[in-house]
Design a protein around this ligand. Structure first.
Ligand code: SUG
Length: 417
């Protein structure tokens, strides 16, 4: 069995829209009320996936959830006089940010030697709290092989869990036993702390992680205040490397020391406030990057949003970093502007699973031919534009349902219909 990292990107759903539903997510609230472009959004996502495949990396996909979610509105007894945010919630395509789909602990880290996945309950934001039952159905198909995988329901809704966006794994290499780092927020600030410590601890116990190789780290309250609604907005880890803003964690030195104690070969790249401020990091989404190990000893590449590469102060930092002798050898900008406007950068769009690709249901794995097929389906069926006033429109709802159906049909996944 050969373990490798597979990035499962969420295909942006045909109802992608900007409703400003996530308090504390500055990009999403700043773009509330603008027209969205679902077709362009989904094609941007596929172009990113193609770029990573061209680097020689395996790529997977996760599918949009059924929207609009009529059953949800029905259970809320929604009427047109009721809160419009609920209607927008039923139309949200937020499952496209698959970093929030689940927390994943690869087989080398777990007591039973299987890769464990726990769907995230996402209870802090109402429009996201409806996602997990449909997400878990999909995960149970993709990772159906019980010899290799265990897929768990979400933890009870008493503690908010936002999945891999607040979880980092470090290891000498992907297939080696690693350390797992759960980052939680302390409630009580201006913005909601979306990851609760008790949810993280429950996930770690369920996955059978070794307590001696598991860290629970508090996110800096000032980072949440500044708009880092998930840890993956201020830090990203891959293999032995942690790339982090100096103000990401409540106790940065204690966190780095604990990591070095458990993983002596850890390489920690700390970006100081003096070079890139927390505000610049959050505005540019520098850390919401994919930090990828290139095949054949090619070092690491950082896939950043175009907004980071063109940023007046972030670009010079990246250029200095590349000129140095660090582990990150390439910076690859991508255009995921439609997702960025809702607070979702390259890292939000993917769920990392370290596994043998042969153990995964092949319908969820991408190759060039399938990518071209998906592009055709998206070009033919995804709405070009959605203005906020159109949410609730029955004709548009029909188009969105038909678009998803066409995608499921193309991927031979109609059992998810
Ligand atoms: O949960 N935005 C998402 C963005 C999630 C980004 N994920 C990670 N950082 N991993 C959220 O806040 C906005 C939807 C709207 O406003 O219409 C939204 O849900």
């Amino acid at each position: 069995m050969s373990l490798t990292e597979i990035n499962f990107d969420g295909i942006v759903g045909p109802s992608h829209n900007y409703a400003g539903l996530s308090l504390g997510n500055l990009a999403a609230t700043a773009h509330a009320g603008e027209a969205s472009h679902p077709r362009a959004a989904a094609l941007q996502g596929l172009a990113k996936m193609r770029g990573n495949m061209a680097l020689g990396l395996p790529q997977g996909v996760l599918l949009p959830l059924p929207r609009p979610n009529a059953g949800w509105l029905e259970r809320l007894a929604w009427t047109p006089e009721a809160d419009r945010a609920l209607l927008a919630g039923a139309w949200s395509a937020s499952a496209m940010w698959t970093a929030n789909a689940a927390t994943v602990s690869p087989a080398p880290d777990t007591a039973d030697g299987r890769c464990h996945l726990t769907a995230a309950n996402l209870v802090t934001m109402p429009h996201r709290a409806q996602e997990w039952p449909d997400t878990v159905r999909q995960l149970r198909l993709a990772f159906a092989d019980g010899h290799h995988f265990a897929v768990h329901d979400a933890v009870p809704p008493c503690f908010g869990d936002e999945g891999a966006a607040n979880h980092m794994r470090m290891a000498v290499e992907h297939g080696a036993p690693g350390i797992e780092i759960f980052v939680y927020g302390r409630p009580g600030g201006r913005f909601p702390a979306r990851q609760h410590e008790q949810a993280s601890r429950a996930v770690a116990r369920r996955h059978g992680l070794d307590p001696a190789r598991t860290l629970f780290v508090e996110q800096a309250a000032e980072a949440i205040e500044a708009g880092a609604f998930h840890n993956d907005v201020v830090a990203v880890a891959n293999g032995p490397v942690l790339f982090t803003h100096e103000r990401a964690f409540a106790d940065p030195d204690g966190t780095y020391a604990a990591i070095r104690r458990l993983l002596p070969g850890a390489q920690i790249i700390v970006v100081p406030e003096a070079e890139v401020s927390l505000a610049d990091a959050i505005a540019s989404y520098l850390f919401n990057a994919q930090l990828l190990t290139l095949p054949d000893g090619g070092g690491m590449a950082l896939v950043v949003p175009g907004e980071a590469w063109t940023h007046l102060r972030v670009r010079p930092f990246l250029e200095r970093m590349l000129a140095g002798n660090g582990p990150i050898r390439q910076v690859l900008p991508v255009d995921v502007r439609e997702s960025m406007a809702n607070g979702g950068g390259p890292a939000c769009l993917r769920l990392r699973v370290v596994a043998d690709p042969a153990a995964v249901d092949p319908r969820f794995l991408l190759d060039e031919t399938k990518a071209a097929l998906l592009e055709q389906v998206i070009a033919a069926h995804w709405p070009e534009e959605i203005a906020p006033a159109q949410l609730g429109d029955p004709e548009l709802a029909r188009q969105i349902v038909a678009a998803r159906h066409a995608l499921l049909d193309a991927l031979d996944l109609l059992e998810l219909a």
